[in-house]
Design a protein around this ligand. Structure first.
Ligand SMILES: CC(C)(COP(=O)(O)OP(=O)(O)OC[C@H]1O[C@@H](n2cnc3c(N)ncnc32)[C@H](O)[C@@H]1OP(=O)(O)O)[C@@H](O)C(=O)NCCC(=O)NCCS
Length: 373
């Protein structure tokens, strides 16, 4: 038998089929370009599209919104447990626990049917931001805010975090970032969610595992590290020297490079413009200037274009959101993609079980313990 070719990091390997998103011609969800969706849709509409395959009608969107609003009310016991987690726990770890906790209160946890998984997705989609915001507020000795039924999910997320009514620009910025983060083909966390689903485990287990995969700084954790970079650089005057020094030291620059987008991430291109606009109203043009200098040098010197995390960290900063929320916000949005992939996996399931190439010792004889050196 000839041995199959090994691809480190599974680069270029086609490890599944999907009808949810494609990256061959920009990024498209169910055939719609992310630019068109970010220009025209709200996050709920895009969520519906990703999960159900079609854009919703007015009536479908209304009923979906009502379902989500209802699901924003989570059992107070869940919030009580979340409060008791040691304050030193990173918020991403609390999100992972939160997804797992929601399972214990979900009456359909073991029902793997498409209909039950869609209902559970809506409960996770609403429950996770409530947990995220309540935990953040608890860390600052603030009480959780009650969800507002007249607000969209993006509006509610901002309200639940800050306890202030967001304006239209802020809601739009949050909507766009949630739309751009919602789904991205077979990235590491989505692959994780499909591997778990392929064993016929449950949706909450897939999401919990996916959150664990997203946490790493090479994946979702990058957006928090991007802010560290911007804060360390501090001013546009220092930007060139800082980035040249970092590149000379062969440092990995967070927010740059991508496994599949070698000539540019279409999400980053879109968000860059929104960031620049928000920077004007929020008076953060100096940060935009600093980011531009760094971006130009990394692109010119290394040929590495920015990925979505590069502008999104700035966008969240301009929205006045604390850095520990950045990767959890990615979770809140990507739950949509993960769930859609779990549902798709189950429609045509075969357990995911690849092979590895053995690089260990040749066959050895057993050595009794008293003879071992
Ligand atoms: C996204 C990422 C993990 C893709 O990794 P990958 O496809 O396995 O690419 P590799 O890590 O093999 O990198 C290929 C080359 O580019 C370099 N490179 C890739 N990303 C880089 C970065 N952000 N900064 C500096 N160099 C980078 C590597 O050092 C390597 O150079 P070499 O061939 O001289 O050793 C990688 O680009 C990265 O670590 N980026 C920073 C983290 C980040 O922003 N993640 C969010 C992704 S959406």
């Amino acid at each position: 038998m000839t041995e199959a070719k090994y691809h480190p990091g599974l680069e270029g390997v086609i490890a599944g089929e999907t009808a949810i998103s494609s990256i061959a011609d920009g990024l498209r969800y169910r055939g719609y370009s992310i630019d068109a969706l970010a220009d025209h849709a709200m996050f709920e509409e895009v969520t519906y599209l990703i999960l159900y395959g079609e854009l919703p009608t007015v009536a479908e969107l209304k009923s979906f919104h009502q379902q989500l609003t209802h699901n924003l009310q989570i059992d107070p016991d869940i919030l009580e447990i979340i409060k008791r987690i040691p304050k030193s726990a990173p918020l991403m770890d609390v999100m992972r626990t939160g997804a797992s906790l929601l399972a214990h209160w979900d009456y359909e946890v073991d029902d793997g049917s498409r209909e039950a998984n869609l209902r559970k997705t809506s409960r996770l989609l609403a429950g996770l931001p409530v947990i995220m915001a309540a935990r953040l507020r608890h860390l600052h000795d603030l009480r959780p805010m009650p969800p507002q039924s007249e607000l969209s999910l993006a509006g509610n997320i901002l309200w639940l975090i800050k306890g202030e009514m967001p304006n239209d620009d802020e809601v739009n910025a949050m909507d766009v970032s949630l739309i751009l983060y919602a789904e991205h083909e077979l990235n590491a966390s989505t692959f994780t969610s499909r591997v778990v689903a392929s064993t016929l485990s449950d949706l909450h287990s897939s999401i919990t595992a996916a959150i664990g995969a997203l946490k790493g700084p090479l994946h979702g954790g990058a957006n928090e590290r991007v802010l560290d970079v911007l804060q360390e650089v501090g001013s546009s005057a220092r930007a060139e020297a800082w980035i040249r020094d970092a590149l000379a030291q062969k440092k990995r620059i967070m927010g740059f490079g991508h496994r599949v987008y070698k000539t540019g991430d279409p999400r980053a291109r879109y968000l860059k413009h929104l960031c620049a606009k928000l920077a004007v109203t929020k008076e953060h043009q100096e940060i935009e200037k600093m980011a531009d200098i760094i971006e130009t040098i990394v692109v010119n010197e290394k040929g590495l274009p920015p990925n979505l995390d590069w502008p999104s960290a700035r966008l969240y900063y301009y929205l006045g959101l604390p850095v520990e929320l950045y990767t959890p916000l990615f979770v809140v949005s990507r739950v949509v993609g993960w769930s859609a992939h779990v549902i798709e996996q189950l429609e045509n399931n075969r357990i995911i079980r690849p092979r590895s190439r053995y690089t260990g010792e040749d066959a050895r004889e057993w050595v009794p313990i008293e003879l071992r050196k």
